[in-house]
Write a protein that binds this ligand. Structure first.
Ligand code: F6P
Length: 324
């Protein structure tokens, strides 16, 4: 795009560690390329409300290591309406913003795609969500940090689980995706993962019982994805159908979204933020920048949202094999 003079950048949806690193990379790469940067506070909410401020390089100093997002985030039902999006477009015009970079997950990109089509406005998405549920990128910003937070918590729970010889069901986030549960289960040496993607034909809970939670072990840890009622639902069923078990439930909750980003997430965010600016300069629009086999890739927004990213079924079997 040869008339790219000014870009807007926002973070939206659930925050993820590394969003600040991505904001820093977008801001500094743009300024390096002679493009003005305007930060939009509170995601689409701030776009509609006109909460927009020009950023210089120093506005993003000392944030690469910070969790959360310094420009705030929000979920914005108003942006789902035509009227809301029209106001957002008018504000972009008023601020003379030529293109938008949105850092967020599935909901953020869904809104971005509709907006881009409606107003023929160039948008590039940077994947920032702990869920890792976006098609076309091996990893999303925040996922690695969240995994590390989970395994640190599981390691601690394991101490009490083994002291009391108990079964623990630990619920993790991921909305409708099991990447966090499955990968954290492997990384923490858990006995099993209950995730929405695996329907082997047998009931997952019954399968766990049949294979034996305990066997030679004096404690068991199962990671449960938050979907379908999460760990509480499994615990209730377990107590009802198999009263010999008396499981404890831990819901890790929003602790998974906080904390300083890992080295992997900082580097990923820096690469993707810079790539987003290059994409706009190359006239690419309505795409997501992603990472595939350690190379930057550009994926149409529609595919990132609609195509299903599958969990690694082999990893599920590996987990089963290693938990004997
Ligand atoms: O998308 C990120 C995520 O943390 C999901 O894992 C979770 O289901 C959801 O956001 C929780 O959203 P909120 O913080 O709005 O309750």
């Amino acid at each position: 795009m040869n008339q790219l003079k000014c870009i807007g950048v926002l973070t939206s949806g659930g925050d993820a560690p590394g969003m600040n690193a991505a904001l820093r990379a977008v801001t500094r790469s743009a300024i390096f390329r002679g493009i003005k940067v305007k930060a939009i506070y509170r995601g689409y909410k701030g776009l509609i409300g006109g909460e927009i401020k020009e950023f210089q390089t120093q506005n993003v100093s000392n944030i690469i290591q910070q969790g959360g997002t310094i420009i705030k985030t929000a979920r914005c039902p108003e942006f789902e309406t035509k009227e809301g999006r029209k106001i957002a477009y008018e504000n972009l015009q008023k601020e003379e913003i030529d293109a938008l970079i949105v850092i967020g997950g599935n909901g953020t990109f869904t809104g971005a795609r509709i907006f881009a089509q409606e107003f023929n406005f160039p948008i590039v998405g940077v994947p920032g969500t702990i869920d890792n549920d976006l098609y076309g990128t091996d990893s999303t910003i925040g996922y690695d940090t969240a995994l590390n937070t989970i395994i640190e918590a599981v390691d601690k729970i394991r101490d009490t689980a083994s002291s009391h010889e108990r079964l623990f069901l630990i619920e993790v986030m991921g909305r409708d995706a099991g990447f966090l549960a499955l990968n954290a289960a492997v990384a923490s040496g858990a006995e099993a993962a209950v995730i929405p993607e695996i329907h082997t034909g047998e009931d997952q809970l019954e399968a766990l019982i049949q294979h034996g939670f305990r066997k030679s072990k004096n404690s068991s840890i199962v990671l449960v994805s938050e979907s379908n009622g999460g760990a509480m639902a499994i615990a209730e069923r377990l107590k009802k159908d198999h009263p010999e078990y008396n499981p404890r439930v831990t819901v890790l909750g929003h602790i998974q979204r906080g904390g300083s980003p890992s080295a992997y997430d900082r580097i990923l965010a820096s690469r993707l933020g810079a790539a987003a600016i290059e994409a706009l300069l190359d006239d690419q629009r309505n795409i997501m920048v992603g990472i595939n086999n350690d190379s930057i890739v550009y994926v149409p927004l529609v595919r990132a949202i609609k195509d299903k990213k599958s969990v690694d079924k082999t990893l599920f079997n590996t987990l089963k094999m290693l938990s004997i």
